[in-house]
Design a binder for this molecule. Structure first.
Ligand SMILES: NC(=O)c1ccc[n+]([C@@H]2O[C@H](COP(=O)([O-])OP(=O)(O)OC[C@H]3O[C@@H](n4cnc5c(N)ncnc54)[C@H](OP(=O)(O)O)[C@@H]3O)[C@@H](O)[C@H]2O)c1
Length: 334
């Protein structure tokens, strides 16, 4: 099959390219050329997807059988690919659980839960943008569209630095500030390799509809994940790790920013709905979930080979690297 990976030079897109090549497909990518080049053997099409004329030029004469779209960051970008790629047999669009209007304030009960769509929703905001983009693509592709409402993605190459921060913090050793309520609190994510391989397989078989694409809730807890990070870092840690448990009120009073300073943490009363996600659509659609041990182990192996990713100050351009600032940590430990 000829597969066009829109955004195929980024993290998830790069994995989609690798998965498609491994399955014997003829692969092209569409990106601006800012984030790097695709691997050898892949046709690199260069355009800014927000620019209709640029996309028309880059896609002139290009007729892929299927598209996997990993670079949906604007509604304008959805419009350009919708108009130029409406003839494809299958189109998988990477959306987000953030498309749901009432989440994370309320649980996600299923794929028919309401998504953003009110006239006063700002399409520049991430969730409304994803929901509006889904609608633009659905109008063009109808039942050839697979809407992949992804949850947290994790694994080697992760540019977000969320799980990576916990691993790097364990490697520094000593007392690690952790929220007191984490031991029973569910967390879930999808391994980047599981998601990408499954999307390639999905466009091969013409899977359509919407899927909450994340791991099963209840497979692990935040506490177990932290213990796993500690165990995976193991002898790489400068000194033994101990837990410095702090309650939500103490963390908030110290200025700890939910989700950002301690990745995956929100106060317990908010966490209940945040992690209450129906993923039966993903299980029905065959999205695999490799053991979390494998994801964490492989992420640490990748981080160890990435000196710049181990440096707290070396955030990629345009991204704020997550993690607890030193002064806030000292205040909490003092
Ligand atoms: N990370 C998560 O936990 C998570 C969770 C849910 C959903 N998602 C979704 O997953 C998708 C992939 O995320 P990622 O972290 O893999 O992204 P990424 O690494 O930032 O990659 C973005 C890709 O899009 C291309 N791109 C960006 N803007 C473009 C433009 N205007 N025109 C053409 N190409 C453009 C980039 O190439 P150039 O820079 O060269 O143009 C690159 O290939 C996104 O849609 C994101 O919303 C992520």
């Amino acid at each position: 099959m000829q597969i066009l990976v829109v955004g195929g030079t980024g993290w998830l897109g790069g994995e989609v390219v690798r998965a498609a090549l491994a399955r014997g497909h003829d692969v092209a990518t569409l990106a601006r050329g800012v984030s790097g080049a695709p691997p050898a053997g892949v046709r690199a099409l260069t355009a800014d997807r927000d620019d209709a004329a640029d996309v028309a030029r880059a896609l002139a004469g290009v007729r892929p059988d299927a598209v996997v779209d990993t670079s949906g960051y604007t509604v304008a970008g959805a419009r350009t690919t919708a108009s130029h790629l409406a003839g494809v047999g299958a189109y998988a669009y990477v959306s987000s659980l953030n498309a749901y209007r009432d989440w994370p304030g309320s649980p996600i009960r299923g794929v028919d839960d309401p998504v953003f769509g009110e006239p006063d929703d700002d399409p520049a905001d991430y969730g409304p943008m994803k929901a509006a983009s889904e609608r633009v693509l659905a109008r063009a592709l109808d039942d050839r569209l697979l809407v992949v409402r992804s949850g947290l993605i994790a694994g080697p190459g992760d540019p977000t630095g969320r799980l990576g921060w916990w691993l790097r913090r364990m490697a520094r050793g000593g007392p690690v500030v952790v929220p007191v309520d984490v031991w029973d609190q569910p967390v879930t994510f999808v391994d980047v390799r599981d998601l990408s391989g499954w999307m390639v397989e999905s466009v091969e078989c013409g899977r359509s509809g919407a899927v909450n694409a994340t791991g099963d809730v209840g497979v692990t807890t935040f506490g177990r994940l932290l213990e796993l990070c500690r165990d995976v870092v193991g002898d790489d840690a400068r000194s033994p790790v101990t837990w410095a448990e702090r309650d939500d009120a103490t963390l908030l009073a110290a200025g700890v920013q939910r989700w950002v300073h301690l990745p995956f943490w929100v106060p317990a009363d908010e966490a209940r709905a945040l992690w209450d996600i129906d993923t039966s659509s993903a299980r029905r659609a065959g999205l695999p979930s490799r053991p979390i041990e494998e994801t964490v182990t492989d992420l640490w192996a990748w981080l160890r080979g990435q000196p710049e990713a181990l440096d707290d100050d070396a955030a990629p351009a345009g991204r704020t690297r997550p993690g607890l600032p030193d002064d806030v940590e000292q205040a909490l430990l003092g």
